[in-house]
Write a protein that binds this ligand. Structure first.
Ligand code: HEC
Length: 188
């Protein structure tokens, strides 16, 4: 009886030790791999190269940019009538840094929301934290983006929006990836 109990205790101690060891090994492996991956993503986002095609998805669906700026970014084509109207991004003169800032930090005092996951938490946005704003004047909060999402949506704007004139049917069909999109019919 005693022997059996000792054996059971011993077995359970061994199992626990094994689980701990496995956990440590797993942590070491996972810590190692994703850190280098995250590092790569960050480096890529910090460099000038975002991916415009991924950025289109952010602009079109993830970020709700379309509701205020319209699919064409011109502040009119297909904007949500309930949402505040955003300016025509086709005519913006902002450079890469300024675009990242306005998308990451928003424009306090206007409906343009912030998207950076750490905006107004660590001083990266104008050195301000949310608690520094008088109640009622805090910047609007949008969807939360990674650095890479921000870089991608900036690349999208620079490739497919900024500097282009009036929106065309071809652009619309490409944007929605659908030549029969209802929104595009008026441009045909
Ligand atoms: C709720 C409405 C709203 C949403 C959603 C929104 N914006 Fe804006 N955006 C605005 C408004 C309004 C302004 C003008 C702010 C001002 O008065 O300075 C603006 C300004 C900007 C500007 C600066 C333009 C310039 O030349 O100064 C950029 C770039 C921009 N938005 C991009 C985006 C992107 C990209 C998204 C989606 C991730 C987005 N916006 C989502 C309303 C919105």
């Amino acid at each position: 009886m005693l022997l059996r109990r000792t054996l059971v205790i011993l077995a359970s101690a061994l199992t626990q030790a094994f689980v701990k060891l496995a956990f440590v090994a797993l942590t070491l492996v996972t810590l190692d791999a994703p850190m280098t991956q995250a590092q790569q993503a960050n480096d890529q986002a910090r460099g000038l190269g975002g991916d415009p095609e991924r950025g289109r998805v952010v602009f079109r669906s993830v970020g709700y940019c379309v509701s205020c700026h319209g699919w064409a970014g011109d502040g009119k084509s297909g904007t949500n009538l309930q949402a505040p109207v955003g300016p025509n991004l086709r005519e913006t003169e902002l450079d890469t840094e300024a675009l990242r800032e306005v998308i990451g930090c928003g424009r306090p005092g206007t409906p343009m929301p912030y998207h950076d996951r750490a905006a107004y938490r660590d001083g990266r946005c104008f050195g301000m934290e949310l608690s520094d704003f008088v109640p009622g004047t805090a910047p609007e909060r949008g969807k939360t983006f990674s650095d890479r999402d921000v870089a991608n949506v900036v690349a999208y704007l620079q490739t497919y929006v900024i500097g282009l004139g009036e929106a065309t049917y071809a652009e619309c069909a490409e944007f929605y990836d659908n030549p029969d999109a209802y929104v595009c019919s008026s441009l045909q």
